[in-house]
Design a protein around this ligand. Sequence first.
Ligand SMILES: [Cu+2]
Length: 342
Amino acid sequence: MILLVSITVGLSLIAVFPTISEAQSEQKTFVTHSGAVITTSGDVIDPLYTVSTVDFDPDEFLRNFEYGRVSTSETGQTIREYTIIAEDDKIQEISPGVFYNVWTFNGTVPGPTIRATEGDLLRIHFINNGSKEHTMHFHGIHPAGMDGVFEPVGGNGGQFVYEFEAGPVGVHPYHCHVMPLEEHIVHGLYGVFIVDPKEGRAPADEMVMVLNGLDTDFDTENNFYAANTIPFYYQHHPIQINTHELIRVYVVNMVEFDPINNLHLHGNLYKYYPTGTDVVPSFYTDMITLSQTERGIMEFEYEYPGKYLFHAHKVEFSEKGWVGIFLVQDNPNNSQELDYGT
Ligand SMILES: [Cu+2]
């Protein structure tokens, strides 16, 4: 009875004093991609309409490695400094007509591929320009205070400097570690961290593939899947490689919600180094299975020119975008003379 009276009184107040509710509502104005101006006093659960958009080029991301600003300490240690800025209010058209609210490190999903040599001192100046708390959590070995878990960095300009030695050798993910974790990862706050051995790696045409899923309707199921964010991109824009040339792919699975992902290569097999920590491959295969944040290094060469698919053998994923093509061309030169563009 008391509850009923309370509800009745509450409704009556709203009916009698509607202007109070209106006065407390803040008008917000957004501009859509088509240029339409939308004004609303309602709650904006995700800022779907914004003037800020993100451009992402999977071709550029594929072979782009960030080595940082390099200096040397008094003891001779190489110092690599990076500035990483998190934001969470951008929109990216991930497929024609499909707009997705991306949360970004340095404006892209995935964030930049950070690359260093084992033993280098990494100094990462992290700035959170988002509206929510964010962090950077690196997989690898580092002090507890540099783990990006218990020190959430506040939004609207919060800062933290992560400092640790690069290690161990391999390919590792980095990602935001603020709860709810799935939400912060699936919106795009992740990237790849490569640690090279001091003796270097054999020359190769190197590339990074981040396997990701896109939950474009926020129902905690992925609507699209991709290698490097744009569904079907490398099917429409085949990755050009040469015969008899060593190809090295750093592959990292960042798909949330689905327990496994996988990678199948056509017309070939690859040597596979799980997590990239060992110099001896664990498998020679055309198919690997990866759970969340599992990763590794694939190495292979093609003998015959032509088009070869690579894709998730989980067919649902490939039909929703995680599929690409290697366009293998006859290598006109000795592979040793090629410029690998590092
Ligand atoms: Cu976050």
